[in-house]
Design a protein around this ligand. Structure first.
Ligand code: NAD
Length: 339
């Protein structure tokens, strides 16, 4: 049994390490020579995963054919804005076995098209008439790479299109420390997973301004309401937003020291660098920044009000001071809680 993982970053490496307990071979594909060499020669990926040891049945390659050849399943674990270009390479690959599902693990939307990432994957497969032979799924939920690498109990959600036996893949992805639930609401799972990063940015900004638990709790709760409004308008089911990919990931990301989105929000309030400068210096992808742009455009298009998203967006892209953004949220017209 061989699993292919596209990406050699934190999540690709940590998740790949988890799969090696059950799978004979796990092969990562990457574009960074240093990471590929490090995984193969030292059995570590220091840039992304510190000194965590990687087992011998896991290796990395820069040759996509080598990664995909004989793979029974493919996991896409690159930043959301890179998925289309990566999938164009995958679609052109001739050694990619029919029947292998392609599973998105990136959290976000493609900003240029405002599409979910599994839709981007499906579009690229469809463009070469390979969609019928490659079911598309998503595997998302509260799963910090650092904690999965330490084998701390984690639970995620697997959702997918027709054409694959997702219960079969559920058993092959799950492990003693990694519980996998299925859900047939692909849209809901994917929307929730992307959206929570915007709220993590807001909570980070509030933390940076010295706000307390009242503020954190309020942002998460009102953030859930924004997610429900936008998510249902985009075809997700409300109950999904109260599951692992929704409230589960929202809480985890907003309270975690590992969350680069929360941390980024906090850094923005320090005023030493502009959001763009902080982003340029970031080692790892900060998906919430792209998602704030995509969500606001989607909200405008679908006439869905997203006050927290709008303030986060304005801090990131219109130089609005975070303290002013917080004040404007508090000074909005008073209204019933549920309307
Ligand atoms: N890190 C986590 O704990 C975690 C958990 C769940 C989901 N995710 C999601 O997984 C995705 C990847 O996150 P990460 O934390 O592994 O990111 P990362 O920044 O640690 O690594 C990104 C990887 O993508 C590669 N990459 C970047 N641009 C590329 C391109 N154009 N073509 C090919 N490869 C490219 C990089 O070389 C690197 O290997 C994100 O959408 C993130 O939200 C991350």
């Amino acid at each position: 049994m061989k699993a292919a993982i596209l990406g050699t970053g934190s999540w690709a490496t940590s998740f790949g390490r988890h799969l090696t307990h059950k799978w004979e071979r796990v092969v990562l594909w990457g574009i960074e020579q240093e990471q590929v060499d490090s995984i193969n020669k030292t059995g570590t990926n220091p840039k992304y995963l510190g000194d965590i040891k990687l087992p011998a049945n896991m290796r990395a390659t820069m040759d996509l054919d080598d990664c995909l050849n004989n793979a029974e399943i493919v996991f896409v674990v690159v930043p959301s804005q890179a998925v289309r270009s990566v999938m164009q390479k995958v679609a052109a690959c001739t050694v990619f076995p029919d029947g292998a599902p392609v599973v998105n693990m990136a959290k976000g939307f493609e900003v240029s098209s405002l599409k979910r990432i599994s839709e981007v994957i499906a579009e690229e497969l469809e463009s070469v008439n390979k969609l019928d032979s490659h079911p598309v799924g998503v595997l998302l939920g509260p799963s910090h790479a650092e904690e999965v690498a330490l084998e701390q109990p984690t639970a995620v959600v697997l959702a997918g299109s027709q054409g694959a036996d997702w219960n079969h893949w559920q058993t092959w992805i799950a492990g003693p420390f990694f519980r996998v639930y299925t859900n047939d609401d692909v849209a809901g799972v994917e929307i929730a997973s992307g959206f929570k990063n915007i709220i993590a940015l807001a909570v980070g900004m509030a933390d940076g301004l010295g706000a307390g638990d009242n503020t954190r709790g309020t942002l998460m709760t009102r953030g859930m309401l924004e997610l429900s409004r936008l998510g249902t308008a985009l075809g997700g089911r409300p109950e999904t937003f109260f599951g692992l990919a929704g409230i589960g990931d929202m809480i985890t990301t907003c309270i975690s020291k590992h969350s680069r989105n929360r941390n980024f929000g906090e850094d923005v309030t320090q005023g030493e660098k502009t959001p763009q400068e902080i982003l340029e210096g970031a080692v790892q992808v900060v998906e919430g920044v792209h998602m704030a742009k995509a969500a606001l455009k989607l909200g405008d298009k679908l006439d869905v009000e997203l006050p927290i998203t709008k303030q986060v967006h304005d801090v990131l892209f219109s130089n609005k001071p975070p303290r002013q953004a917080m004040r404007e949220l508090m000074e909005r017209e008073l209204r019933p809680e549920l309307d």
